[in-house]
Ligand binder design. Structure first.
Ligand code: SAH
Ligand code: SF4
Length: 374
């Protein structure tokens, strides 16, 4: 009979992490974990390193055998010492011309997701061929927002720099197209993993890396106020989005426990400092959940915050998560909320009807299904 005692759960958890640790200890160093300008491998001349960089970043090549301008002995040597491929594609969902979700298996057999989103046909000023990639920064998430699939199973670990950059390189390879925009809105809290994220951003921004411009990169946070201040010091002008989801502390902490640690006053103050230092507009994201944060008083509070910060508002109707009871409001309520915000004349408001609603596009859902199978 199956042992259902709590101790059994702990035992199997411990065994699981022990197995993962063993697997992880056996893997080689991941080449991409170091920025390419720091690839000072023993006795390998700089021009050879440049050839290697070219294969990976410019050609999207992840196969040592194909790097034919590198001597075979060097390739064999590097192959024995280093891992080139940060993750394998485990599953895709969605079609190539619509939202497409990739479930990656990392070298220690953990799962993460990235979502490739084409621009809305005819969106104002946006070419329909443009591609946005939604990138993960952690396996799971420790923040534990009550509506989110990513946090349901807690945090497993931070992603490394190479695993963040790898998602973009490998998604680009899958799409066979340039990726124009990045949003750090996949699994995990980006600001809780700055030691990996900042060197990853350096490679993403560099013309010798992925060459994606800072204004095409948006980082979303649940509101780690001190880390927002730290990010304000990062030299590139990347965009910041705040997951607000409640106009007052009482409403916000019903669904976001992080609000106990960093209440609205502290969060908004950090945003003001960020804006002051960067001279850049930020976005307030607001998912609409029926009966939780969708009453018109919340719309007024949200508008007031946006006006105070001179911030854009992005309204997103909630995507249902299997196993959770939250739901999106009716179309009428969504419309009423949107119109009420508009009436308050904030700097800008958009209503985003989530693409990929039918393919578990909300972060963490595909991974959750995969780990529930095992
Ligand atoms: N941890 C960061 C970034 C990842 S989540 C953050 O919380 O901002 C990216 C966005 O997806 C956040 O605004 C989050 O609140 C939202 N989100 C999470 N689950 C969702 C769901 N089921 N439906 C709609 N949006 C969701
Ligand atoms: Fe983590 Fe963001 Fe999900 Fe909250 S919404 S649990 S911070 S990934």
């Amino acid at each position: 009979m199956k042992d259902m005692s709590p101790q059994a759960g702990n035992r199997s958890d411990r065994l699981h992490s022990l197995i993962l640790d063993c697997i992880y200890q056996q893997v080689n160093t991941l080449l991409l974990d170091k920025p390419f300008d720091q690839w000072n491998l023993d006795h390998v001349p700089t021009y050879r390193m440049e050839q290697l960089r070219h294969w990976i970043f410019d050609q999207g090549c992840f196969n040592w055998e194909e790097m034919t301008n590198l001597p075979k002995s060097l390739r064999t040597d590097l192959k024995n010492k280093l891992d080139l491929v940060p993750m394998e594609l485990h599953r895709t969902q969605g079609a190539q011309d619509t939202t497409q979700k990739f479930l990656w298996r990392l070298r220690d057999h953990q799962f993460i997701e990235s979502v490739l989103i084409p621009a809305t046909q005819g969106s104002k000023g946006v070419r329909a061929s443009r591609l946005t990639l939604c990138v993960s920064t952690q396996v799971g998430c420790a923040i534990g927002c009550k509506f989110c699939a990513s946090g349901l199973d807690g945090l497993k670990r931070n992603l490394s720099c190479g695993e963040i950059v790898g998602q973009i390189l490998l998604a680009r390879k899958q799409a066979q197209k340039r990726i124009d925009n990045l949003v750090f809105m996949g699994m995990g809290e980006p600001l809780a993993n700055l030691p990996s994220l900042l060197p990853a951003l350096d490679q993403i921004l560099s013309p010798k890396g992925l060459g994606i411009g800072a204004r095409h990169i948006t980082l979303s946070t649940s509101g780690l106020a001190p880390k927002i201040l730290e990010l304000a010091k990062y030299p590139a002008q990347i965009r910041l989005a705040i997951s607000l989801h409640g106009g007052d502390d009482e409403t916000r902490q019903k669904i976001m426990p992080i609000n106990h640690k960093f209440p609205l006053k502290e969060l908004l103050h950090a945003c003001e400092t960020f804006i002051e230092e960067r001279k850049k507009m930020i976005t307030l994201e607001y998912i609409l959940i029926a009966g939780v944060n969708d009453d018109l008083h919340q719309a007024d509070l949200l508008t007031a915050h946006a006006k105070r910060l001179n911030a854009k508002i992005n309204l997103i109707p909630y995507n249902r998560v299997e196993g959770l009871t939250w739901d999106r409001p009716s179309q009428d309520q969504i419309k009423a909320f949107y119109q009420r915000v508009q009436k308050g004349e904030p700097p800008r408001v958009t209503l985003r009807m989530e693409k990929g609603h039918d393919i578990d596009a909300a972060c963490g859902q595909l991974r959750l299904k995969e780990i529930q199978k095992n």
